[in-house]
Structures are given as structure tokens and as C-alpha cells.
Design a protein around this ligand. Structure first.
Ligand code: HPA
Length: 249
């Protein structure tokens, strides 16, 4: 279905995090497909946002950008959460760019920063590979976030004078934000940023042989007060820089 609408096998899939959709989807000139038209897609309407796949071509690469993703905290299963990664792989994609809004734990990370994800800590207690028909359940997670793609991203960002920080993303289940004690724990565990998505998608992507690039937009500092509205307002501003980096890539 995606392959047909894209006019051939896909090259790259982008999953857009909270508030990060607009700048990327506005620059994709192909068809837009509502998730309700994708066979077996999780019903995001239940969570208030229908979600859609946006197709287009950048530098002769066929791209799909998914605006809206299912989360564990919405009651979706690990399999649902990784649906779009599996769909992209089936449509030929060899690279997936996973983006998210995250809380900064590392003191140098400030709201508005873009952070390349260098590695992850999966604290959701879940895996998309558990219990299902999985070709390669014992997937090697070393270098899960492609060092080569990170290098390309740094070069692309530098070209536009955009600073990319780099750090470790801890994925939690949510939806409540963390307590100060939990943030101290996460810091001791080695996390630089924390969010409620991405880690299961990366596991699914690696088992399917996709290269993964992960980018967090730091939406807030953690350990103090934070609201969902704060997260969304910073995201809107950061989506423009994210879109520039992706197009240059
Ligand atoms: N914690 C968890 N997830 C988040 C945060 C946070 O502070 N900000 C954006 N997503």
C-alpha cells in the first residue's frame, strides 16, 4: 500500500514525535494517507489524534513521515507501538529516523536543544520481540543508533549552523512525568534524557535490519515542574530545525 502510493520501494521512514510533525509534513509533496486506511494500523483515534502517513521525495529518496504514533501509556501493546516501523520495513525502507520530545536530565541540555541519541535504556519493562513470531529475537543492540548516520547528521547540522548535542535516551512507560527521585535514579543509571517512546521502535527496527537515527528535541528540564503544554510549545519551535537537519541528511 505505502509502496504503491510512494511510486516504488521506500528509502527512509521518519516517525515524528509530539509537536514535531508540521515542519516535516509541510515539505512532503506526495499523498497523505490516514492511518484508518492502513490495514492493521493501531486506532489512534482512541487517543484523540487520527494520525497520517505523508509521502514525498527528497533528493531522489522516497520518504514516508508518520505523524502520530501509538504509545504504551495509551494502552497500546508493544506490537502496536512498533507497527509503523514494521510497515516501513515491509515497504522497502532501510533507514528509520525516530524523533521524540524528551525531558533533559543532563544539566547541559536545555529546552529547545536537539540531541542525537547515541544509545538507549529501555525501562518500559516491555519488548516488541517477546512472545511474537520474530525472525531474530536475540538481536544485537550494540551500535543500535547507527554511528555512520550520526556522523552524517552532525555534518548536515553543522552545514546549517545547527548545534546537535548527543546523549543517552531512557524510555519509560509514563504517562506521568517523573518524580525528582526518579530523575536522580535515571541520572545515576546514565540517562541524559527521558521520554515515553522510541526505545521499542528501535528494538523492532534493529531486528528487521533497519539503520536507526534517533533525535530528541529537549522540551523541558526534568526534576522540576513540567506540563504537557510546555512540551508541545517547545516542540513546535524545534520542529523547524529538525526538518532542516533531516532534509540536509
Ligand atoms: N519526561 C518524560 N517524557 C517526556 C518529558 C519528561 O520530562 N518531556 C517530554 N517527554
Amino acid at each position: 500500500m505505502l509502496r504503491r502510493h510512494a511510486g516504488g520501494p521506500l528509502h527512509v521512514a521518519v516517525v515524528l514525535g509530539s509537536g514535531l510533525s508540521h515542519a516535516v509534513t509541510a515539505r512532503l509533496d506526495g499523498p497523505q494517507i490516514g492511518y484508518s486506511r492502513l490495514d492493521g494500523a493501531p486506532n489512534l483515534m482512541l487517543a484523540g489524534h487520527p494520525g497520517s502517513a505523508h509521502l514525498g521525495t527528497w533528493a531522489e529518496r522516497r520518504i514516508v513521515a508518520f505523524a502520530g504514533r501509538p504509545h504504551l501509556y495509551q494502552g497500546f501493546s508493544p506490537r502496536d507501538v512498533t507497527y509503523f516501523v514494521r510497515l516501513a520495513a515491509a515497504a522497502g525502507a532501510h533507514t528509520v529516523v525516530l524523533t521524540n520530545a524528551a525531558g533533559g536530565i543532563e544539566p547541559e541540555l536545555t529546552p529547545g536543544d536537539l540531541m542525537l541519541i547515541s544509545d538507549q535504556i529501555n525501562l518500559t519493562g516491555a519488548s516488541p520481540l517477546a512472545g511474537g513470531p520474530t525472525p531474530n529475537p536475540f538481536v544485537d543492540m550494540n551500535g543500535a543508533y547507527s554511528p555512520a548516520l550520526r556522523e552524517h547528521a552532525r555534518t548536515a547540522a553543522a552545514h546549517f549552523g545547527i548545534t546537535l548535542k548527543e546523549g543517552i535516551y531512557a524510555g519509560v512507560r509514563g504517562p506521568q512525568f517523573e518524580t525528582p527521585a526518579e530523575i536522580r535514579m535515571l541520572r545515576r543509571l546514565g540517562a541524559d534524557a527521558v521520554g515515553m517512546s522510541t526505545v521499542l521502535e528501535t528494538i523492532a527496527a534493529r531486528t528487521l535490519g533497519l539503520d536507526v537515527l534517533g533525535i530528541s528535541l529537549i522540551a523541558n528540564k526534568t526534576g522540576g515542574h513540567v506540563s504537557h503544554e510546555d512540551v508541545l510549545s517547545v516542540s513546535h519551535d524545534g520542529s523547524e530545525r529538525l526538518s532542516q537537519v533531516l532534509r540536509a541528511l
